[in-house]
Design a protein around this ligand. Structure first.
Ligand SMILES: *Cc1c(COP(=O)(O)O)cnc(C)c1O
Length: 364
């Protein structure tokens, strides 16, 4: 039997009856925008993240963008971002008029290297966006300390880390504000697009409530130049169903990851993920490194095993950022990672027997 990279249909059909009931509830409510389901989800997800406020928005990119916007970050400002991340982190800064300033990761953990941050800070720097890549967790205490010394905001891009913990504390509660995505393939995924901002900062939450809804607190009274970036009522209803099972789904991902780690640790040429001492990761991805990545991926594909590269080209080498004029070799750690990473199948409906099949195929 082939093993898909992620069987989203199976994941959602596990809760099929409850998801259908949620759809019916919304259909019959007659309320389709910012209704009771969004309210309930915001309360549920804030509690899940052990934080005070959740504001549902249209997607993860908007969540980061609206945080920057609400903090007044824009033209003439710089935002520190990882050189090794999904491009959304950079785009959020660019779209508010600020300049994303890349900082390299720790090569072993793929996450932002705090030791390199201070060299990138200028008088124009306003914020640091830390990404919890692959469901691992960045070194938030050290990042917060640096930010405090320089008067910067700390934003978590937690799009890949729903439920992960840092020294026992949940992602979303570790900086000034956090952005989540509910893109279907994320650990907590909707059946369409969705996102959220999580924060303890009541003023920020209030500002984002305005920005997401045409800049108005009171209908047809527009206080700021707002956007339309609301979390959909139907997606919120589906997310309420899925949130109830998130810890169980993350636990199954952890079992698969543990099996991979145990059985791949001694395989030549395979570099397995390193878990930092502070992290309780949620394994959004299980990315290995291999010097002959293309050949390995082809061999696995021939065995019916799906893999994905996260990501093939770093943001600074994308045509979209051609204007930055950074040549190859400018961010060598990110480039080396991008050349060699390969994500193995992992997901809440995957079995240990399937993980063994993947390992056997890698061992050849
Ligand atoms: C998925 C993702 C985003 C963007 O989320 P969307 O909902 O697709 O806009 C941002 N950052 C990271 C790290 C992601 O993985």
């Amino acid at each position: 039997m082939p093993i898909p990279f992620l069987d989203l249909k199976a994941v959602n059909l596990e809760q099929g009856a409850d998801l259908e009931a949620a759809f019916k509830r919304v259909l019959h409510s007659g309320s389709y925008i910012l209704g009771a389901e969004v309210d309930a989800f915001e309360k549920n997800f804030a509690r899940y993240c052990e934080t005070d406020h959740c504001v549902g928005v249209a997607n993860g990119l908007d969540a980061i963008f609206l945080i920057l916007k609400a903090y007044g970050i824009g033209q003439g400002h710089e935002v520190i971002v990882p050189s090794n991340t999904y491009i959304a982190t950079w785009l959020a800064a660019s779209h508010c008029g600020a300049v994303p300033v890349p900082v390299e990761p720790v090569e072993a953990t793929y996450n932002l290297d705090p030791a390199r941050i201070e060299a990138a800070i200028t008088p124009r720097t306003k914020a640091i966006i830390a990404v919890h890549l692959y469901g691992q967790v960045a070194d938030m205490d050290t990042i917060n300390e640096i930010a405090k010394r320089h008067g910067l905001k700390v934003i978590e891009d937690a799009a890949q880390a729903h439920g992960a913990r840092y020294k026992g504390r949940r992602t979303g509660s570790l900086g000034d504000a956090a952005a989540f995505s509910f893109y279907p393939g994320k650990n907590l995924g909707a059946l369409g697009d969705g996102g959220a901002v999580i924060t303890r900062d009541e003023a920020l939450a209030e500002a984002i409530r305005m920005y997401r809804n045409y800049g108005s607190r009171v209908k047809y009274h527009n206080e700021v130049l707002g956007f339309n970036s609301r979390l959909d009522e139907l997606q919120a209803a589906l997310l309420n169903v899925k949130l109830a099972e998130l810890d169980r789904m993350n636990a199954q991902r952890a079992r698969i990851a543990a099996r991979y780690t145990e059985r791949l640790a001694s395989v030549e040429d395979v570099t397995i993920p390193v878990v930092s001492s502070w992290a309780d990761p949620v394994w959004h991805l299980y990315a290995i490194r291999h010097p002959e990545r293309a050949a390995l991926a082809a061999r696995l594909a021939a065995a019916g095993i799906g893999t994905v590269i996260h990501y093939p080209i770093p943001p600074h080498r994308q045509p979209a950022y051609g204007g930055m004029q950074v040549g190859e070799g400018a961010y060598p750690i990110a480039e080396a990672i991008h050349r060699e990473v390969l994500s193995l199948p992992i997901g809440p409906t995957m079995t240990l027997a399937q993980a063994d099949q993947v390992v056997d195929a890698i061992r050849g």
